[in-house]
Design a protein around this ligand. Structure first.
Ligand code: ZN
Length: 358
């Protein structure tokens, strides 16, 4: 054990190294929910070397002194701008932030300082590669799609190294990259809207705060997760509210497409996660994803045009992806659980070496 003075001084040094002069006292002794969120981000950066390297690189590129920055905060501000005035006023003061961390959740948490919304950047990576694998985006070779699917699932299983900024796994043509990122934004805005819906609809009042052990699907670590065990009906309500609260037609359509495509991606992920470890189903806090998809299909029949006439065909397509993943897993039992990086087949490009090229 370290002498307490020494450990305090190490902690002070570590916190100082990731923050600006103004932020340092705030994360050292958080006094409000905003400070608390900054501290969460500082702790996430300091507990993972790769996350630290990514955030340091981003700070260099921005020319800024602090590592405590949210590159995707516009997802929140854009969603808030879609809300009618009453709902917007309810939500806009709730501190929110993306955090790059070895966790895959989006949550609306009650802390000692008040409510905060935290969204893991891992969800963005998961959706980026899922979109590359599944969307009609022009000419994407089959081996690239299959590799992207594997990277997506590995990301959410937390076994893919979180260093995509430095080692993007391959060269995605700029026009395809732009289309994917546009879709990721709609998907994330749906997820953000789902979290705001829990807040707007007062879903937290009767919920039980529970601590569950979530298997990370890696050999060593079982991380502890604190979240709310909500009623399934509240999850359906939050899904619908995220879209229906918005009045503008085209924006609703974007959120519907984002929401359903996110849930379809999650459906594929969960099917494989259950195959790897059946305990996954027991600790999953949300209701069955296929039912969530069906509820959205039923609630917004006019928006279904995105999937063509036959939404049964949609489920068949995603089931075929599940079959591919399960077959790959049975052929290579370690494919989804080894820690490291998978590359985009023929789009891989020049092979980058860790600590030499980035
Ligand atoms: Zn929820």
């Amino acid at each position: 054990m370290l002498d307490e003075d020494v450990s305090t001084s190490i902690q002070r040094h570590v916190l100082r190294s990731v923050s600006s002069q103004e932020e340092f006292p705030r994360i050292q002794q958080p006094k409000n929910a905003e400070d608390y969120l900054l501290r969460l981000q500082a702790d996430a950066i300091n507990s993972h070397t790769r996350v630290h390297r990514v955030m340091l690189r981003r700070a260099h590129l921005r020319g800024s002194a602090t590592l405590l920055f949210d590159e995707h905060s516009s997802d929140f501000t854009e969603y808030l701008s879609y809300l009618p005035e009453y709902e917007r006023l309810l939500c806009e003061d709730t501190p929110r932030r993306y955090i790059l961390t070895n966790n895959y959740d989006a949550m609306c948490l009650n802390t000692d300082f008040g409510k905060v919304i935290i969204v893991s950047e891992v969800l963005r990576y998961f959706l980026y590669f899922m979109n590359l694998a599944t969307l009609k985006l022009g000419d994407v070779p089959e081996d690239v799609r299959q590799s992207a699917l594997i990277i997506a699932v590995r990301s959410l299983l937390l076994n893919e190294a979180l260093d995509f900024d430095m080692d993007p796994r391959g060269m995605v043509p700029a026009d395809i990259d732009a289309q994917i990122n546009e879709m990721v934004k709609w998907q994330m805005k749906f997820i953000i809207g789902h979290e705001y819906a829990h807040h707007i609809l007062h879903h937290d009042s009767g919920a039980n705060l529970c601590i569950s052990r979530r298997q990370r699907f890696s050999d060593e670590d079982i991380s502890e997760f604190i979240g709310y065990s909500r009623q399934h009906s509240q999850e359906f309500e939050a899904d619908l509210h995220s879209i229906s609260v918005v009045e503008d037609g085209p924006t609703q359509f974007g959120l519907f497409v984002g929401g359903t495509s996110f849930l379809l991606a999650l459906y594929v992920f969960e099917a494989l996660a259950n195959e790897i470890d059946p305990r996954f189903a027991e600790i999953n806090t949300h209701p069955h994803t296929a039912t969530r998809i069906q509820k959205l299909f039923e609630a917004f029949p006019d928006e279904l045009v995105f999937f063509g006439e036959d939404n049964q065909g949609v489920m068949e397509y995603y089931d075929s992806l599940v079959d591919f993943l399960i077959a790959s897993y049975r052929n290579h039992p370690k494919l989804f659980t080894f820690y490291g990086s998978v590359y985009l087949g023929q789009w891989r490009g020049r092979i980058l070496t860790d600590r030499k090229d980035f």
